[in-house]
Design a protein around this ligand. Structure first.
Ligand code: FAD
Ligand code: NAP
Ligand code: MG
Length: 468
């Protein structure tokens, strides 16, 4: 990239909605260009919470927050990365650089939060963010050739509108729960909730829990309940079982047919007496603040239609969306998208005409629709990353190596769902092999960063000094 060849875009104003990993990636991308000598436009990031980090910024709250806004957070206590950290590593800010020592491959949430925030802090982008400022409305003003962006400034209790040349939507899509219903559910005597509101598996110690869903949340929340002492966990799927070899006390059954009192019945004729039903039934892509004509409408898929290079809103390329894909790759893919979005704004990644964009989107969507299994999905998303990597100056990382790690990870999970997090991989950025963790995941009840970073020697010392 380097310099802004177009020049004319420097006076532009850019609004970013959300300071999670995607929004922070874009702030970093602009800062990196500026540090390399380019003139960059004014960037304002609006964040509805009072701090950064998106989903990784854990909150105990559920429902509405202290300001009456819907709680964004869907993460829970004791959450550990469900993929190898080597598959999400920032290529411009390695784990080695942040932690100063190699760390194991499956860190708990607090460690990844620290890493995300570490890069944003090093880039010095915090002053670009207006916190406690939910975006309420984004409308294209045809006569001005700009977006009118309306926000609520919570601290001042004011509604304000400003004009921007570009809007980048980065509000995440794992926050607004999708909640189906089942016959008789209103008669259920226990608790019914969605995974979005799940915070602490200890709540379900000694309880009989039914989990609905067949994807990552169903898998992980089931395992959490098992790990922290649930009496039984019954996972009810719609289209297909996950099919892992579940330990004693866990099983998979097909979909719920009826619920009566405490009895939950399934389509194979079986039933259980349950204390709680946790719906791990996915999330809605939700953009209530975006005008109808600009709003992405999609399910959770690897190539949402309507986005050129998975980023640029086809019908009005001054609007962009980051991170709206279903995700094998996360932070590194978000960065590639962010670097591309930056270059579109700066005029250094010129867009083809509308017909060419439509053709390319159509090719990706057709290919996505033919994918048959997770291995093909991983290859597909890796190719998508390669496609972006070819047009931006994001530092290179070994994408082939990440594909191989994802394949090993899938095999590890098929082999033993309770121990896949004990595996170690090598960095695709620095080549550093990761050490084994001092405690197997199933026995690691304390997910704090302090315990995670401790060496075995420290742990022994701590155990020998009860009040330390
Ligand atoms: P988010 O992290 O959701 O951040 C969006 C931000 O936008 C938030 O700060 C929010 O407050 C803000 N916002 C929303 N609406 C508005 C508005 N109207 N105005 C202003 N600001 C707004 N990925 C992994 O790589 N590894 C994992 O182990 C992993 N675990 C996960 C566990 C759970 C339970 C979930 C739900 C997701 C997990 N993910 C994981 C995937 C996760 O989607 C990404 O890691 C990442 O957080 C996505 O970043 P984002 O910036 O797109 O969205
Ligand atoms: P998801 O991957 O979109 O899966 C949604 C699931 O809900 C699918 O299995 C779907 O079943 C099911 N479903 C939808 N409607 C249903 C209905 N009416 N009845 C029964 N089942 C229904 O969502 P997710 O599992 O919540 O995962 C979201 C993200 O969070 C992922 O990126 C994941 O990696 C992340 N996550 C990570 C961790 C971690 O350990 N770090 C933990 C949890 C989540 P069908 O297959 O039939 O469509
Ligand atoms: Mg899937």
């Amino acid at each position: 990239m380097g310099t802004n060849q177009g020049g004319s875009n420097v006076a532009d104003r850019v609004a970013i909605i959300g300071a999670g990993p995607c929004g922070l990636g874009l702030l970093r991308a602009f800062q990196q260009a500026e540090a390399a000598g380019a003139s960059v436009p004014e960037v304002v990031c609006f964040e509805k919470q009072d701090d950064w980090g998106g989903l990784w910024n854990y909150t105990w709250r559920t429902g509405t927050d202290e300001n009456g806004e819907p709680v964004h957070g869907s993460m829970y206590r004791y959450l550990w990365s469900n993929g190898p950290k080597e598959c999400l590593e920032f290529a411009d800010y390695s784990f080695d650089e942040h932690f100063g020592q190699p760390i194991p491959s499956f860190p708990p949430r607090e460690v990844l939060y620290d890493y995300i925030i570490g890069r944003a802090t090093a880039a010095g982008v915090r002053d670009k963010i207006r916190f406690s400022t939910p975006v309420r409305n984004v409308v294209w003003d045809e006569s001005a050739g700009q977006f009118s962006v309306t926000v609520r400034n919570i601290d001042d209790d004011r509604t304000e509108t400003e004009m921007f040349d570009w809007v980048v939507v980065a509000n995440g899509h794992f926050s607004v729960p999708h909640v189906p219903t089942f016959d008789g559910i209103e008669s259920f005597t226990g608790r019914v909730m969605h995974g979005h509101d799940f915070r602490d598996a200890l709540e379900f110690k000694d309880k009989h829990v039914v989990i609905v869903g067949g994807s990552y949340s169903a898998e992980d929340i089931s395992l959490q309940c098992h790990k922290y002492g649930a009496a039984s966990v019954t996972i009810s799927y719609r289209s297909g079982a996950m099919g892992f070899s579940w330990p004693a006390g866990m099983k998979e059954v097909p979909l719920i047919t009826t619920i009566s009192g405490s009895t939950v019945s399934f389509s194979d004729g079986s039933s259980v007496d349950a204390d709680a039903i946790v719906m791990c039934t996915g999330y809605l892509h939700s953009f209530p603040f975006v005008d109808d004509s600009l709003r992405l409408k999609t399910g959770n898929r690897l190539y949402p239609p309507g986005l050129y290079k998975g980023v640029v809103w086809e019908a009005n390329p001054k609007l962009m969306y980051l991170g709206m894909q279903d995700q094998y790759y996360t932070f590194s893919m978000f960065d590639l998208q962010a670097w591309f979005a930056r270059d579109v704004v700066m005029g250094t990644a010129p867009l083809p005409d509308a017909a060419a964009m439509a053709t390319e989107i159509g090719e990706w969507v057709a290919r996505e629709e033919a994918l048959a299994d997770p291995y093909q999905e991983i290859d597909f998303q890796a190719d998508y990353c390669r496609d972006l990597a070819a047009v931006v100056d994001y530092p290179p990382f070994d994408i082939d190596a990440t594909v191989k790690m994802f394949v090993d990870w899938e095999h590890d999970k098929e082999h033993d769902i309770l121990s896949y997090r004990n595996s170690s991989f090598a960095s695709a950025v620095t080549g550093t092999p990761s050490p084994s963790h001092h405690t197997p995941w199933l026995a690691a009840m304390d997910d704090s960063m302090a315990t995670y970073m401790a060496t075995e020697v420290n742990l022994n010392e701590r155990a020998a000094t009860p009040n330390a």
